[in-house]
Design a protein around this ligand. Structure first.
Ligand code: AHG
Ligand code: MN
Ligand code: MN
Length: 327
């Protein structure tokens, strides 16, 4: 008889009971896990079986050709709607905010498939999400929450079968999928204190386009650490969370073609930057933007707002934040 590993469901049930919470969150997480498994199925049968067309499109039924990120979006919305627990959803794949159930309990901000340049190669992509709860004590006044007001944030790295979830004030946990497609074996993620394993992760081809402050910091520190870059935030952050170090996507301010500058950064605040910043905080790290201000404190003005991102080990993030704030 094989040993029973603790499953994600049992882990979460225990968590909810320990903190005297309702079961609504279990129902929502079940929806997200169903979505992630189905996205992974399409990814494996599309990307890895050679059924992917140009721009990562898959022939779903007959001649109905869809891009992989659109498929991932539709799968996710389907399960979220069935869960009945989501008031509104913000998805990278939808220009407008999607209202699902006005009597629901949560707001969700998600990117159903991040790292699109990896799709045609079958390399890892991410499904990232942040969750906030409606104001139970009075009128709902703000659906676009800052990361510090998320109750949970997580990511699936597809198709590797890993799932990482940060729970407010209760740590960040990593799970692995087993032979029965069940997420098992919770492991609490704590950023390593010792710099021996720390890694730097950023698009090195962009370095001359960064601000003088970011560039000078990189010049001074890069020799001390290993360098890793996959080009998908979930995969890159997955490593930094385990090994420590710093992932950054600085503002692009010195591009030779000024039209290609991105002074606001590239990554999206609500469903990319704040999601990893939340998991990082729960694992003992931190995250800042180009002004050196905490990512989790930024109050979004627009649901698709972008930001620069520096996330990882507290010591490194605080050091570069100090440089970014210099006059
Ligand atoms: P997208 O939303 O277009 O899939 O972008 C992916 C993101 C993120 O996952 C990754 O960290 C970064 O963009 C990579 O961008 P570069 O190709 O500019 O390095
Ligand atoms: Mn994205
Ligand atoms: Mn996407």
């Amino acid at each position: 008889m094989s040993r029973f590993e603790q499953t994600f469901d049992h882990f979460l049930l225990e968590h909810q009971e320990r903190y005297n919470r309702t079961y609504h969150f279990l129902i929502l997480m079940d929806a997200l896990i169903s979505a992630a498994k189905r996205i992974q199925y399409y990814y494996l049968t599309g990307a890895l079986k050679g059924n992917l067309g140009l721009a990562g499109s898959v022939n779903v039924q007959g001649e109905n050709v869809m891009r992989m990120d659109q498929i991932a979006h539709e799968i996710t919305i389907h399960y979220l709607e069935k869960s009945g627990r989501i008031i509104q959803a913000v998805s990278e794949e939808s220009k407008e905010i999607i209202t699902l159930n006005p009597d629901g309990r949560y707001f969700i901000y998600f990117d159903p498939l991040d790292g699109s340049s990896n799709i045609p190669h079958g390399l890892p992509v991410g499904f990232l999400f942040g969750i906030a709860k409606k104001n139970l004590d009075g009128p709902e006044d703000n659906h676009l929450r800052a990361g510090k007001d998320y109750i949970a944030a997580g990511m699936f790295v597809i198709p590797t079968g890993t799932f990482t979830l940060g729970l407010r004030d209760a740590g960040t946990w990593r799970f692995h999928i087993d032979e029965t497609m069940t997420f098992v074996k919770p492991r609490k993620m704590v950023l390593p204190q010792a710099p021996a394993t720390w890694e730097l992760s950023f698009n090195a081809a962009n370095r001359r386009t960064f601000s003088e402050r970011a560039r000078s910091w990189i010049d001074e520190h890069e020799d001390k650490y290993a360098f890793r870059y996959l080009g998908a935030l979930a995969g890159d952050f997955h490593r930094v969370l385990a090994n420590g170090g710093l992932f950054m996507y600085p503002a692009i301010v010195n591009h030779p073609d000024p039209n290609k500058n991105r002074p606001e950064g590239k990554l999206r605040l609500m469903y990319e930057a704040a999601v990893v910043a939340f998991m990082c905080r729960e694992a003992g790290g931190t995250a800042v933007d180009e002004r050196g201000m905490p990512i989790l404190d930024i109050q979004p003005q627009r649901h698709h707002q972008r930001t620069a991102l520096y996330v990882g080990s507290r010591e490194l993030v605080e050091d570069i934040a100090h440089r970014l704030k210099e006059e």
